[in-house]
Design a protein around this ligand. Structure first.
Ligand code: XIL
Length: 435
């Protein structure tokens, strides 16, 4: 019990009694809530959290953490690990003795984080990354050939790169990516044959007939798919053909080929490679129900007309807040009901979503929330029946290269590796989701 005269001479205040720390509550894999009883005249409390009962070291951020309330959520912890916390009361310069020490063990299983993503997913499904020909060497190569076993071209297999004109194709970049995959025993997913974005300029000023246009597209799809048959095992045949809010998206393909252009593209891809898995790929379908319904209505029509389609790509450009696990599950269930293979094809998780205060660095809180979201999404994917799994592909390797930063014009860290190619908490979350 410490003496109670303060500098300002507040002589009649009682000595500060030490608080009583209560058993921890809301214990999860990565957090718990520490609570204690009220101490009269205390202005605030100092919370210590440690892995040692003698508090010889502290969990970062939890050494004499000042708390004005009677409870604090302790986050950023490790599953299945024993922690200790204690608290003391303070009032200006007066401090109480320490409370009793409370021991708490986080839930979950302690996972071996010294394992590569692809090995943890083992033969369950591919773990892929979006790549570019100028990011295949050095540290990129090291991560691509250790952590991953599948790649997707971020941009260099789109029409703007390959399709120089009718019957005129530039194979330089796609060849380089296919050779890299073959040399390194990586699966390669083709992305994307037909997409309303990144359409070559010559196409937008095409003056031929619609029939001629359609023939040019057929020739293109067949030339690309035939060239890589047996090497590229799967294709996003059509990408983003349904509007946000539903309805078929207007595009040069719709204008010149009609609403059955999607069916024709799938048919041509199948004719070019009977073995390739053919996917329809889109974004925001978990949370945009009207869009989701129209995507599956479009697929129902393809299937009812015996048009070959094997799978659906959910791009999964998501945030720490949305969509919810439940929303993603509903979308995945609709795919499985239709016997479609599911690819989380472009996964990245924003930590600066709308509706949240913008942070200018990856705070511990956002880093922790992102770890939880990666764990949730990967755990959901891992729970899909094996015959409906294909791959989880993350849309890039290092945070600073993510398209998200330009797309949303704000800072963000949506991927698994930081600017130094080091693993982030998100990487642990991915592994935990595979547990
Ligand atoms: C993006 C790439 O990440 C950017 O580098 C490029 O400038 C534009 O395209 N949906 C898709 C992807 O299907 O191909 C897009 O990739 C992101 C949204």
């Amino acid at each position: 019990m410490t003496a109670c005269a303060s500098d300002e001479g507040e002589v009649d205040l009682p000595a500060l009694k030490e608080p009583i720390a209560n058993p921890a509550t809301d214990v999860t894999d990565l957090s718990f809530t520490a609570g204690w009883n009220f101490v009269s005249t205390a202005k605030s409390y100092l919370l210590d959290v440690s892995l040692q009962s003698d508090f010889s070291s502290f969990i970062s951020g939890y050494e004499s953490l000042e708390v004005t309330g009677l409870r604090a959520e302790v986050t950023g912890l490790t599953p299945a690990t024993q922690y200790y916390f204690r608290v003391k009361a303070v009032r200006e310069s007066a401090e109480s003795d320490f409370s009793n020490v409370v021991m708490v063990t986080t839930t979950g299983t302690l996972i071996d984080t010294d394992v590569f993503l692809k090995d943890k997913a083992a033969n369950n499904f591919f773990v892929g990354a979006a790549v570019s020909t100028n990011r295949l060497s050095g540290k990129y190569n090291e991560l691509l050939t250790t952590e991953f076993n599948s790649i997707t071209a971020e941009s260099e297999m789109k029409m703007r790169t390959i399709f120089l004109g009718p019957g005129n194709y530039n194979w330089t970049a796609p060849d380089a990516l296919v050779n890299y995959a073959t040399e390194n025993n990586l699966n390669i997913h083709g992305h994307a044959l037909v997409w309303h974005v990144e359409v070559p300029d010559w196409m937008t000023t095409f003056t031929g007939t619609d029939e001629e246009f359609e023939q040019i597209i057929e020739d293109y799809i067949k030339a690309v798919v035939t060239r890589y048959a047996g090497k590229i095992t799967s294709w996003d045949v059509v990408n983003e053909a349904i509007n946000d809010g539903g309805g078929i998206r207007n595009s040069i393909f719709l204008e010149k080929m009609g609403s059955d252009y999607i069916a024709k593209c799938f048919q041509w891809a199948r004719e070019a490679d009977p073995d390739a898995l053919l996917f329809y790929n889109d974004y925001n379908t978990p949370e945009d129900l009207t869009k989701q319904n129209d995507v599956y209505a479009m697929i129902d029509e393809l299937q009812s007309n015996n048009i070959p389609i094997d799978g659906i790509g959910l791009q999964m450009h998501i945030s720490i807040d949305n969509p919810t696990r439940q929303q993603i599950q509903v979308d995945v269930d609709k795919a499985i009901e239709r016997n479609l293979i599911v690819h989380f094809s472009e996964l990245d998780i924003r930590v600066n979503p709308d509706g949240r205060q913008i942070v200018n660095s990856l705070t511990e809180e956002r880093d922790f929330a992102q770890r939880l979201k990666y764990k949730e999404v990967v755990d959901l994917y891992n729970s899909i029946p094996d015959s409906f799994k294909y791959a989880i592909t993350v849309w890039g390797i290092r945070d600073p290269e993510s398209w998200i930063i330009d797309q949303y014009n704000r800072p963000d860290w949506p991927l698994l590796f930081d600017d130094s190619f080091d693993r982030k908490s998100a990487h642990i979350g991915f592994l935990e989701g595979l547990e």
